[in-house]
Design a protein. Structure first.
Length: 280
């Protein structure tokens, strides 16, 4: 088990990889990638049973990035975990690269499900969790949805399904940063109150600060104690977390930084990485 400082260091490395990927491709989605880095750090380096040397272990835990456009963060986590070389991050969205704009389970080591069409990831996570039940397996399934993604109708069909089949081996994180590509989620198509809606669908609901490691860990531990219900963790986050000019700015949902902006972002992230390294 890693310390919170070690996990935060990994998260900032994930952020650096994500920004580098989007800059290298001159396209991609930095804002929502930066907001989920802390959750990915805890999942891949503290919680999930996954091993790059045994990628297809049938007893491994599964992860599905339902908000598949935030692949830069997932790729950063997988690279840090050792599923593929960190240098390959710079090939993001390039022709012939296996690291395309959305996760591809056939091409990217460590990816359990191809995603991109919003709403489909939580559905396939349901299927994986149900399969574990039917096969009497102990593995757990984790997924991350965007808050704007909750506007998709099939998310709520999946919520009904998971509760009906008592998928207590499923944990869904909602990246609640309040912004989507067109702006404030409450102005575009208001999905709130998110907690009450999932409660009404029969889920165990936990609300946390998405950047607080104790709260992330406690939520995951609490989910394991709940029987007969899936768990949703509503993670209140900052879009663009870690890069000053991207934080809480909807414009950075799907925009790539130019050279000057990238250099500033890299400088800020590298300073934080050095600061954290010095405390370990």
């Amino acid at each position: 088990m890693k310390s919170n400082t070690a996990l935060q260091l990994i998260a900032y490395k994930i952020r650096h990889h994500a920004v580098t990927a989007v800059y290298s491709a001159a396209s991609g989605h930095p804002g929502g990638s930066l907001s989920i880095a802390d959750i990915l750090s805890v999942l891949y380096f503290d919680e999930m049973n996954v091993d790059p040397s045994n990628q297809k272990n049938p007893d491994r835990d599964r992860f599905v990035l339902s908000k598949g456009h935030c692949a830069p963060a997932l790729y950063g986590a997988l690279a840090e975990k050792g599923f593929f070389p960190v240098e390959d991050i710079k090939t993001f969205r390039k022709a012939n690269s296996y690291l395309q704009g959305h996760p591809d389970m056939k091409g990217v080591p460590g990816v359990d499900m191809s995603t991109g069409s919003l709403g489909q990831g939580i559905c396939t996570a349901n299927g994986m969790a149900l399969a574990a039940k039917l096969d009497n397996k102990d593995y757990r399934v984790y997924t991350i949805l965007g808050d704007g993604e909750l506007e998709e109708g099939q998310v709520w069909e999946a919520a009904m399904f998971a509760a009906h089949y008592k998928l207590d081996n499923l944990v869904a994180f909602v990246d609640f940063n309040g912004l989507q590509i067109d702006g404030d989620i409450t102005q575009v198509m208001n999905p709130t109150p998110i907690d009450k809606k999932f409660e009404a669908f029969g889920w165990n609901v936990i609300t946390i600060d998405a950047h607080n490691y104790d709260e992330i860990k406690s939520a995951l531990a609490a989910a394991k104690t709940v029987k007969g219900k899936p768990t949703v963790v509503i993670a209140k986050s900052v879009k663009g977390k870690g890069v000053s000019y991207m934080e809480n700015q909807a414009a950075w949902h799907g925009s790539a930084p130019n050279e000057e902006q990238y250099n500033q972002a890299a400088s800020e992230l590298e300073a934080k990485i050095k600061e954290l390294e010095a405390t370990l």
